[in-house]
Design a protein around this ligand. Structure first.
Ligand code: CA
Ligand code: CA
Length: 277
């Protein structure tokens, strides 16, 4: 009995439960259409969301890639620019060093050039002096004593100048002694006071420093004695006299002797007398 009751109670319980399950099953069954629709809709929504997510992910990935590429390119550009700046800086420094070096070289060369120019100038001056000395050594101081004719003082002076010489200038005792001892007749010398009375001047316009006058000469006798003659018959160091310039005399020219008169003629110069008949 108990078992029956138990079974009944169990069965009763089951009976009580069964409708509920059936309802549930029926409920489930009844909502299946809409659930399918809901499921499909949900699935569609899920698929759309997934696509969006994929799309967003892809976009974000692309953006990241682009950003990465941009950063890499920017880094390359900055690095290249920095390298270029460094190269430019080094090049500018090398260029400045080269410029400074060239400027130093230019300064040195300019100084050397100036030194060489000065040296050349000095050498040229030395060369000219040597040429003058050489000419002096080769061109003998020659007195030419003309015996062929007699001329006035002015004519004699012109004759000498026409032959590249001048009337003799006797500005040293050596020349006075030399000429006085060699000529045998009265001759004109290159001294006069034609320009200004009482002011004796040589034919090169130099003034008289030392005269070898006869006693009481020059006396400008008659106010008409302006040209000087040398009389070898008088004492060697006292044989000059002023006489009228129109007198006719032989004369004596000299070549290169005036310049040599400044040298030590007693040691270096041989005086020559060329007598021309
Ligand atoms: Ca006079
Ligand atoms: Ca006189």
């Amino acid at each position: 009995m108990k078992d029956d009751q138990t079974n009944q109670s169990r069965h009763g319980a089951w009976l009580h439960v069964q409708p509920r399950l059936d309802l549930q099953a029926a409920g489930v069954y009844l909502g299946e259409g809409s659930q399918k629709k809901h499921y499909a809709k949900s699935q569609t929504e899920n698929e759309g969301g997934s696509r969006c997510l994929v799309l967003i992910t892809v976009c974000l990935g692309l953006i990241c890639v682009l950003l990465l590429v941009f950063i890499i390119l920017l880094h390359i550009t900055i690095t290249a620019e920095r390298d270029l700046k460094k190269i430019y800086k080094n090049t500018v420094e090398e260029f400045n060093q080269t410029i400074n070096s060239l400027q130093d070289n230019y300064t040195d060369l300019t100084q050397q050039n100036l030194a060489l120019e000065t040296k050349v100038k000095n050498l040229n001056a030395e060369k000219k002096q040597l040429e003058r000395d050489y000419d002096s050594l080769n061109k003998t101081c020659t007195f030419s004593f003309f015996m062929s004719t007699e001329l006035s003082w002015s004519e004699s002076k012109q004759y000498c100048r026409d032959h590249g010489a001048d009337l003799a200038i006797i500005n040293t005792e050596l020349k006075q002694r030399f000429i006085s001892s060699l000529v045998k007749e009265i001759v004109w010398i290159g001294l006069s006071d034609i320009q200004q009375e009482g002011i004796m001047k040589w034919v090169d316009n130099s003034t008289l420093n030392q005269g070898f006058w006869e006693s009481n000469e020059p006396n400008d006798a008659g106010g008409n004695e302006d040209c000087i003659e040398l009389n070898p018959s008088k004492p060697l160091l006292n044989n000059w006299n002023d006489v009228p310039c129109t007198n006719k005399r032989k004369w004596i020219c000299e070549n290169y002797c005036d310049r040599l008169s400044n040298l030590d003629v007693s040691q270096q110069t041989v005086l020559h007398l060329k007598v021309i008949f």
